[in-house]
Write a protein that binds this ligand. Structure first.
Ligand code: F6P
Length: 322
């Protein structure tokens, strides 16, 4: 193999740059040329290519976002779009492709792999941490630390006014961020998509805790929860308890910022493993980390199988809020 491409796709995550740097430097070390593809799969269609040498990735390990930019590409979802993409990559001399993103990114990669001789390998990067087969995705650790710092600040003002704060964190379909941040931020209640929430019970618990002398409460809510929009939940509790309630939606704040040391190390490790994987016949896989060891997960498992949240931890964490 003489030349590989690299792209970032879907929601950006802190640590993507550290990962690009790692793939580029490990590929160069093996004598392989590497082409950066800008704006995800869209960049293949528009031939938005840039040659990456070791200096092109200098000074980016500490930067959030992605120097290659990202997108969600509709054209790649059609057979004609993929034919066009495969043709362009072939003409460019690109024989392998490293794609960094979430399960949507890997679906695109699997389709390209099926219809061409390209060797594709994935690296999981999403703040949601919802990729099956890997304990952690790149960006998750930074996102939970960012959200935790925000909650610490909210706690100060919540205490000052004896308020109940409803803090919404990201997690379109999963509660990984909410659970970790809820525990780390000392939340009184955590609402996630994986578990049912009884709002009446929540009101009773809050009332009790205020009776026992709590001055403020923080409820962490995953955006994809089943109960409803965070504002509606807050309005309901305000109406039932006649309490002073406020809402704070952390949103895309959680996606930006310098990656934590953990994310930089994970990104660096997975980047090296991806380069080795593409050369050692591990194409068609996503490289992940399980119990500290590098693992290779077939593309299709990342969307066919669900990564399970630790239910026992969720239940046992409730004692901390009493
Ligand atoms: O990166 C994952 C995620 O942050 C989800 O939790 C969220 O719903 C989504 O991306 C929002 O992304 P965008 O605004 O880019 O569509």
């Amino acid at each position: 193999m003489q030349k590989i491409g690299i792209l970032t796709s879907g929601g950006d995550a802190p640590g993507m740059n550290a990962c690009i740097r790692s793939v580029v430097r490990s590929a160069i070390q093996k004598g392989i040329d590497i082409t950066g593809i800008r704006r995800g799969y869209t960049g293949i269609m528009t031939k938005d290519f840039v040659k990456l040498d070791r200096y092109a990735v200098a000074n980016i390990i500490q930067r959030g976002g992605t120097i290659l930019e990202s997108s969600r590409c509709e054209e790649l979802k059609t057979p004609e779009g993929r034919r066009k993409g495969i043709h362009i990559l072939k003409r460019e001399g690109i024989e392998g492709l490293v794609v960094i993103g979430g399960d949507g990114t890997f679906r695109g990669a699997a389709a390209l792999a099926k219809e061409s001789k390209l060797k594709l390998i994935g690296i999981p990067a999403t703040i949601d941490n919802d990729v099956y087969g890997t304990d952690y995705t790149i960006g998750f650790d930074t996102a939970i630390n960012t959200a935790m710092e925000s909650i610490d600040r909210i706690r100060d003002t919540a205490d000052a006014f004896e308020r109940i704060f409803f803090v919404e964190v990201m997690g379109r379909a999963s509660g990984f961020i909410a659970l970790e941040v809820g525990v780390a931020g000392g939340a009184e209640e955590i609402i996630i998509p994986e578990k049912e929430t009884d709002l009446e019970k929540l009101c009773r618990t809050l009332k009790e805790s205020f009776k026992k002398g709590k001055r403020s409460s923080i409820i962490v809510i995953a955006e994809g929860n089943e109960v409803g929009h965070t504002v509606q939940i807050a309005q309901y509790v305000q109406y039932r308890l006649k309490a002073d309630c406020r809402v704070c939606i952390l949103g895309h704040l959680q996606r930006g910022g310098a990656p934590t040391a953990r994310d930089r190390v994970l990104a660096s490790r997975l980047g090296i493993a991806a380069t080795e994987g593409v050369l050692d016949g591990k194409e068609g896989h996503v490289v992940g980390e399980k119990e500290g060891k590098i693992v290779y997960i077939p593309f299709h498992e990342t969307w066919e199988r669900d990564k399970k949240l630790d239910s026992e931890f969720f239940e046992s964490s409730k004692v901390l809020a009493l």
